[in-house]
Design a protein around this ligand. Sequence first.
Ligand SMILES: *Cc1c(COP(=O)(O)O)cnc(C)c1O
Length: 823
Amino acid sequence: MSINLKSLIPVLHAEWTGSDNDIFVDHISIDSRSLQNGSETLFIALSGVNNDAHLYIHELIAAGVQNFVVQYIPESCIGKANFLLVKNTLDALQELAAYYRNLFYFPIIGLTGSNGKTIVKEWLNFLLSPDYNIIRSPKSYNSQVGVPLSVIAINEKHNLGIFEAGISTVNEMIKLEKIIKPTIGVLTNIGSAHDEGFESPEQKINEKLLLFKESEVIIYQKNILVDQSLNLFCAQYPLKNRNLFSWSFTDTSANVFILKKENKGELTHIQYQYKGAVFSLEIPFSDSASVENAISSLLVLLYLNYDSETIQNRVQNLYPVQMRLEVKNGINNCSIIDDSYSSDFESLKIALDFLESQQKKNASKTIILSDIVQSGFSNEELYSKVAQLIADNKINRVIGIGTTISAFAAKFSNGITFQNKAEFIAQIEHLNFENETILIKGARSFQFEEIVSLLEEKTHETILEINLNSISHNLNYYKSKLASKVKLMVMVKAFGYGNGGLEIAKLLEHHKVDYLGVAFADEGISLKNGGIKLPIMVLNPESTSFPSIIQYNLEPEIYSVKGLKAFLKIAREKDLKDFPIHIKLDTGMHRLGFEENTLGELIETLKGNTTVKVKSVLSHLATSDEVKHYDFVISQINLFEELSSRLISALNINPIRHILNTSGISNFPDAQYNMVRLGIGLYGVSNDPAEQKYLENVGTLKSIISQVRTIPVGDSVGYGRRFMAEKETKIATIPIGYADGISRLWGNLVGYVVIKNQKAPIVGNVCMDMLMVDVSHIDCKEGDSVIIFGETPTVIEMAIALKTIPYEIMTSISQRVKRVFFR
Ligand SMILES: *Cc1c(COP(=O)(O)O)cnc(C)c1O
């Protein structure tokens, strides 16, 4: 793309401030952290409730970005760049995309539905790519922001588009429709996901159908609800040549009627009737969701007039779609970002941004990249662009695999190429992978999963999977509750409540939270060693740790005169000036803090001193989640107000004040002061059931079945023979026990695990490293996946059964359980 900026003035209803010359841009960005921002970038400053990209414009100008779409021009930036001033930058992004879309006339497939959008999109891309030059949404970029960004990537060489649209409430689809304007509409499975945003299933379907307002065909699975909605829709939005093209397992009036569906091991064989004839198709999956997605894809191929033989040939090679970017531990202290299933130019950009956000301190950045298929560019142009992108992202070494990328090896200044995967694997030992963050990105046909498994550290079977997207979601949820300018400290103590300290801190830094909080100096030191630059408050600094607190620029919470004097002594010896400290007041928790009667001495000690600077004054609520203690909390807040005000006026200082934890944020919004301290909520747990439904689950503890056996009536299971079989019972053994953090109280039929979506009660005592479950009713085998907690059972449910709180369950998961992060 290349857009003349001034041509956008009428499109965006913008006001222009800047150079008189014609200016062209070829890259749109909304991410201030992306290393891809440069002089040809048009940066659109989106402005969320608590995340305002306008704040980073001066940094971007310093980094060479010259063109911006803004809602206001920050004072320090006036005259320093070109600005398109608009009312609302999100609207502007969408208007820009809609304008851009209208410059192209080739067919566009638009997908929506509750499930299967991304899979059908990827499969259609695979099935149609022999015949078309396809542009598609990268990953699942299907939101109000993701859709415009996907569409803006179209260029002159493309001749087919495939875009997905996801909505969570009413009035969203109409905006996406203007941007995608699909000619071919596909409604995938309409399940119950995301129903909260809609009053009824009808409303949800009606809203989704709006994507197809101007589509020449709507492809869908027939059912009563959808048919009813479609009738209404067609009456409301009449269109002369609209086709409805349906399929069904049960309704013979569908255009494609599935006569037969038969499972054959890993395959499904179907027979379908179309235009009076009967055809067969083998689908290389056995689960019903995949079969439905394959049939949706089949209908698109039929609509595009493919013959049944071509369809069979291509469908038999369908593959499982990897939906997420995973970060794995690699050999020799490497980390691996596994994106081994796609290589197109747009998804490369996304993966490189992710690589940047995950890079660990002192680790260098490596990319292993296959030939890139389908870019819409000539090879010469494509590999120049790829080389530029890689240079912009400061990648330390590039390993290209494939004949095409090898032919363009000269373009990569720090590259080495191999004709094929086998040649690379033969050399892998000599490439000395060590202390690197490695992005592995390959087109499907290269099957780079083999490289991933060679470079991956071998782990034992039990893992705690951490969903980084859910953390971002929960963070944004709490951010949206904050008044403007209220800062956010996130508590990452106890290894991020058991979820992983450094990785989560990295993500929080990426999201530009203001502060991190840890319990002990060690925790802060390991974050600083990992490259975290955010200020870190240490809640419980022992005086022996003061020197290292100073050395690592951590910020101690000071809670007693004795501690203050000890810290001052060391700080003076080191001749420090204005070293940041935090003063903790005890307002009723009676754990740590200055009490009212020590305030005088505190003021005395601090008065006139220049060695330390009171960065913040805080207190902690003893109970912010129980209605019956409401009055007590108010008395704590009042006392905090009084004591902190006295301190502030006596010392004539202007510190940050903060008292709220997660439940405090929810229940005492008037006491946000200048900052809040978010803890458990970030990790997906609220103390309030009404609020819980807005949070996403973060951690899933998984294992596998080690062994399955059937025992006769009267036999027992495990230590102490606490389980006696009353009938013949099938028992599965899972390699996780109390040493991993599973309470013994969870055994003996109190608790359960989930296997194949079914509950398997824990029988007998939980052992140190193993537990046994009853799987008599479950069709399962050795190696099958087991969920210990996550969506079900939730840690909340476990906590109730075990008479404890979710905090304890989460932080008990031992460090020998590997954490795996993904998004
Ligand atoms: C742990 C902690 C928090 C966070 O509490 P949550 O209930 O997890 O939100 C806040 N402040 C202090 C002082 C803490 O120790």
